[in-house]
Design a protein around this ligand. Structure first.
Ligand code: GRF
Length: 223
């Protein structure tokens, strides 16, 4: 097995993606070493999930910081203290906009999951917008983070069908289930060294070549 990649996970809420990463790391022996879980919200349920798994947790509440730069500085201090200089920073339902300085500092080792098939439906309320537009499919995307919101190079996507009678909640559930397979897989590709970001050209590389659309798709078992 490859040497485990140090990982710091940032959350704001339920943490079901965090749980999927924890479970997959254990069950599938993924080469990930989750060193710390940080939440900006003290009540985030994901903190309890981390504690139950024996992972250190920190609350860094944005209300306790004068501005974004100050908050991001505190985040960076915790990340570097627990994760060391090469940790992968994993945004898993982290609901704060990060400063360009923070994003550029961690460029190439900062990843996010978004509940749509990017570049479509950046931002919030994706499921309602997908349904309003009459889309036949939706999905989730794991991408490297760059300063523009939900715009960085795509690592991996999973597609799900939109079904007759879907509500935003039902579609969200289907997308969430896909996310739980997608995120561990994408992190494994990074940990194994198969995937990395070309930070100069803003590209995802697979084995040092620009990723192809086929490589960026994760086929899921039909639900
Ligand atoms: C997910 O839908 C993710 O795509 C989005 O926030 C949600 C987090 O859910 N960025 P959870 O906290 O992992 O359950």
């Amino acid at each position: 097995m490859a040497e485990a990649l140090p990982v710091v996970v940032l959350i704001s809420g339920n943490g079901s993606n965090l749980q999927a990463i924890i479970d997959a790391t254990r069950e599938q022996r993924l080469p990930l070493d989750i060193r710390l879980v940080v939440s900006n919200r003290p009540e985030a349920y994901g903190l309890a999930r981390a504690r139950a798994a024996g992972i250190p947790t920190r609350v860094i509440d944005h209300h306790d910081h004068a501005d974004r730069a100050d908050f991001d500085g505190a985040l960076a201090t915790a990340i570097d203290e627990y994760g060391g200089p090469n940790a992968l920073v994993v945004l898993a339902g982290f609901m704060r906009i990060l400063t360009d300085e923070f994003v550029n500092h961690y460029r190439g080792r900062l990843v996010n999951i978004h509940p749509s098939l990017l570049p479509k439906y950046k931002g919030l309320n994706t499921h309602a917008r997908v349904l309003a537009a009459g889309e036949r499919e939706s999905g989730a995307t794991v991408h490297f983070v760059t300063p523009a919101l939900d715009d960085g190079p795509i690592i991996l996507q999973a597609r799900v069908p939109v079904k007759a009678g879907d509500t935003p909640e039902r579609l969200a559930q289907r997308v969430h289930a896909a996310e739980h397979l997608l995120y561990p897989r994408a992190l494994t590709l990074i940990a194994q060294g198969t995937v990395r970001m070309d930070t100069e050209n803003n590209l995802t590389l697979w084995n040092d070549q620009p990723a192809t659309p086929e490589q960026q798709q994760l086929d899921l078992p039909a639900a």
